[in-house]
Design a protein around this ligand. Structure first.
Ligand code: ADP
Ligand code: MG
Ligand code: MG
Length: 304
């Protein structure tokens, strides 16, 4: 089981005199759990998501973000690992390294890349993750030896390091399994990446990416926005499958309670002014639907 531990995170916009946005966020997400992060517009939800992923637009001024892994999470690694290989300080790592450790951030507006089929993009993403992962866990002695080796390597025949990479055929197999898991239409995968996809299809594609990369924790930012009811149900089914079928922890950011009719969160948090103002179970989301966010604000500032 993996745990993403966010401790007292303060953050500001990464400019001179950048505005402070997060003011002490504490949050723990385990694999196998769905957390809904709710809150009014401008409260800092997307900023938190981007900071977890390592977005350069923000500067963390205090606090920690740790990822704790256990032996099961590193079964694919060949090295001898000790305990200190299992806890990672994400704030010291690049975005692609965080992704390789098992953090997935879905984008609010996926980019359209013309001329790249979704299959080839997804296969590259999967292979890039595996390669980065190997490098991260590589023994330091070996790393030094590799660097020495590089000086002597004059072989012009050596192509890109493709050892262990997932082949096209293997990938088709994995992709079919994941699409079946998510109940997705197979014709989807021959399409060009996001080009010509409807808003709802893009969101489904995001869930598919999360299924393929099998992250410990997936952060999904407003994956429910602009979806009609059918598509909302499809996407929700996918999110439930991420947790139930592959043990992914989900941090689901949403402004509206609606998606929580289909995705049952284990925990609900409300962000207000850059802090988690309230946490509870699914019943908290229902209360928010009835009473809005003002009620939380009054509650928090009265007792403060
Ligand atoms: P939410 O996702 O909860 O709606 P955001 O995290 O997007 O909130 O934004 C929180 C606040 O921080 C908003 O007032 C927003 O304008 C501000 N903010 C976020 N990112 C930046 C940025 N890069 N530069 C300046 N202000 C920002
Ligand atoms: Mg947002
Ligand atoms: Mg080691």
């Amino acid at each position: 089981m993996a745990t993403l531990e966010i401790k007292n995170v303060h953050a500001e916009v990464a400019e001179e005199d950048g505005e402070t946005i997060l003011r002490g966020v504490d949050l723990e997400v385990n694999s196998n759990e769905i957390h809904a992060l709710m809150g009014p517009n401008g409260s800092g939800k997307s900023t938190l998501a981007k900071i977890i992923a390592g977005h350069p637009a923000y500067r963390v001024t205090d606090g920690e973000i740790l990822l704790h892994l256990d032996d099961e999470d590193v079964e694919d690694i060949d090295e001898d690992l000790d305990d200190d290989d299992l806890t990672w300080n994400l704030l010291e790592l690049e975005p692609n390294e965080r992704a390789a450790l098992g953090i997935f951030l879905g984008f609010q507006y996926p980019a359209e890349i013309e001329g790249v089929t979704m299959t080839s993009f997804l296969r590259q993403a999967l292979n890039a993750k595996a390669e980065e992962r190997e490098e991260l866990f590589e023994d330091e002695d070996e790393e030094a030896a590799d660097e020495e080796d590089e000086g002597y390597d004059t072989s012009p025949m050596e192509g890109p390091a493709d050892d262990g990479a997932v082949s096209v055929a293997e990938f088709q197999q994995i992709l079919s399994e994941k699409m079946e898991l998510l109940d997705m239409d197979e014709k989807f995968m021959h399409r060009y990446l996001n080009a010509g996809f409807s808003g709802g299809e893009k969101k489904q594609n995001e869930v598919l990416q999360a299924a393929l990369l099998e992250p410990c924790v997936a952060v999904l930012d407003e994956i429910d926005s602009g979806l009609d009811i059918d598509r909302l149900q499809d996407v929700s089914k996918g999110i439930n499958a991420l947790r139930d079928e592959q043990g992914t922890g989900v941090l689901q950011i949403t402004h509206y309670q609606r998606i929580l009719d289909y995705v049952e969160p284990d925990h609900v948090h409300v962000m207000l002014d850059g802090k988690i103002a309230k946490s509870g179970g699914a019943e908290l989301a229902e209360k928010l639907e009835d009473k809005g966010y003002d009620w939380v604000r009054e509650d928090v500032y009265e007792t403060a």
